[in-house]
Design a protein. Structure first.
Length: 77
């Protein structure tokens, strides 16, 4: 899982998707409700996505981080 700082001025998530394209990344959509985010991430991993790109302010409500093997904090605030 790669956490990144969200920005309205530039889409860091889209850039990370380009950079990590060879690793079959998946980006958590902004449209996923808070109570469904963990399930969406687990489903993406089960579908074979090796990297999950997540804006960490989107999951600040309490995501169980034990659902992934490794976490990279990119562009920490």
């Amino acid at each position: 899982m790669v956490y990144y700082e969200q920005s309205v001025e530039r889409d860091v998530g889209a850039r990370l998707m380009q950079i990590l394209a060879q690793h079959n990344p998946w980006k958590l959509p902004d449209t996923v409700d808070a109570e469904d985010r963990e399930d969406a991430i687990v489903a993406a991993v089960k579908r074979g996505h090796r990297v999950v790109v997540v804006g960490y302010r989107r999951v600040s409500e309490g995501l169980n981080l034990q659902i992934v093997d490794s976490i990279i904090w990119f562009e920490m605030a």
